[in-house]
Ligand binder design. Structure first.
Ligand SMILES: [Zn+2]
Length: 53
């Protein structure tokens, strides 16, 4: 299960491996799969990560 985080009225999905947040569950899942397999992050995916303050 993908952890979710709410910020205001926005909802984000977290990659369990690198702990980055994404706007869609699909992106978080992609990131998680890549992180698990390669033990590092895919820049093309992490570029789409959102920063939460
Ligand atoms: Zn990740």
């Amino acid at each position: 299960m993908t952890p979710k985080k709410h910020k205001g009225n926005k909802k984000y999905f977290q990659c369990e491996e690198c702990l980055l947040y994404y706007k869609t569950k699909a992106l978080a899942a992609q990131c998680k799969n890549f992180c698990r397999r390669h033990k590092s992050c895919n820049l093309k995916i992490t570029k789409k990560a959102v920063t939460i303050h």
